[in-house]
Ligand binder design. Structure first.
Ligand SMILES: C[S@@+](CC[C@H](N)C(=O)[O-])C[C@H]1O[C@@H](n2cnc3c(N)ncnc32)[C@H](O)[C@@H]1O
Length: 261
């Protein structure tokens, strides 16, 4: 697997994309609140949902079922034939006034679909989890959720701003292929270190000279870091030379950022 290859590409929206819905686990309290009923015959917990949906239809789902038309402006979610089958399986709840509703069973639920506000991941530096210490390191569990949601096994994950290497180390763990890019030698070191040694701390990013020495040693690395991971550097002579003072300016910025925590 090549790392740190810089290449040019154009971006275009794709019709083909991967989306694996993420779910959060139910707690006892949320499950009981959402699924309030217990089926007498089976002991299964369930909730009741309507069997009609907005909009009128001319086909079978707009026809009467058991002598009942769907409410005005609505249609049945299933054909009368399917509703008969569901009823025969005991999946329809009939209210005392003869109103049918569908039973949705808790034991068929994959969990609570994750919404677009995530409150369960804190900044990696602000919680007691193992981290490399790279100043911008992200929460690995959050990245795991993102990678699982948007790729499948063997897909290619690109991190164009690798930093601590957390994204691609999780991608590797999840059986994805990956390409990592970063223009900072410090980040490249950290990424390699992360792949080779997991979250073993690299030392003090801000003060320790030892860290710098370790980095120098690692930069010379051209070897198999771990079974199945080949890492090598591809030099790109066509790339613009990055002056030393630019690199040290970048490192100062990172040090400044680190001092804010
Ligand atoms: C916010 S950090 C990345 C954080 C990363 N997700 C992590 O978990 O550590 C941004 C990274 O982008 C890199 N970077 C900034 N400008 C870049 C550029 N033009 N090309 C490549 N890398 C760049 C920086 O060196 C830095 O490591």
């Amino acid at each position: 697997m090549e790392m740190f290859r810089i290449t040019s590409c154009s971006t275009r929206k794709s019709e083909k994309y991967v989306w694996n819905q993420a779910f959060e686990a139910w707690t006892d309290a949320t499950a009981k609140k959402e699924y309030q009923y217990i089926e007498e015959e089976t002991g299964r917990r369930y909730k009741k949902v309507p069997i009609h949906a907005p909009g009128t239809r001319n086909g079978a789902t707009g026809q009467p079922w058991r002598g009942m038309l769907p409410p005005p402006g609505k249609h049945w979610q299933y054909t009368p034939e399917t509703l008969d089958e569901m009823d025969a399986r005991g999946e329809i709840y009939w209210s005392p006034t003869g109103n049918p509703r569908r039973k949705v069973y808790f034991d068929n639920s994959k969990g609570i679909p994750v919404q677009d506000i995530w409150l369960d991941f804190k900044d990696a530096h602000n919680q007691n989890i193992k981290i490399t210490g790279y100043p911008t390191e992200k929460n690995s569990e959050m990245l795991r959720r993102i990678i699982l949601a948007s790729s499948n096994k063997d897909d290619l994950v690109l991190d164009a701003f690798s930093g601590s290497g957390t994204t691609i180390s999780i991608a590797e763990e999840l059986g994805r292929q990956w390409i990592a890019i970063d223009n900072s030698p410090l980040a490249i070191e950290t990424t390699i270190h992360r792949l080779a040694r997991g979250t073993e701390a690299m030392g003090d990013f801000v003060k320790s000279d030892e860290t710098q020495m370790t980095q120098k040693f690692l930069l010379d690395t051209d070897r198999v870091l771990r079974s199945g991971i080949d890492v090598y550097f591809e030099t790109a002579p066509d790339l613009q030379h990055i002056p030393e003072d630019f690199i040290s300016e970048w490192q100062s910025k990172l040090i400044f950022q680190a001092n804010l925590w």
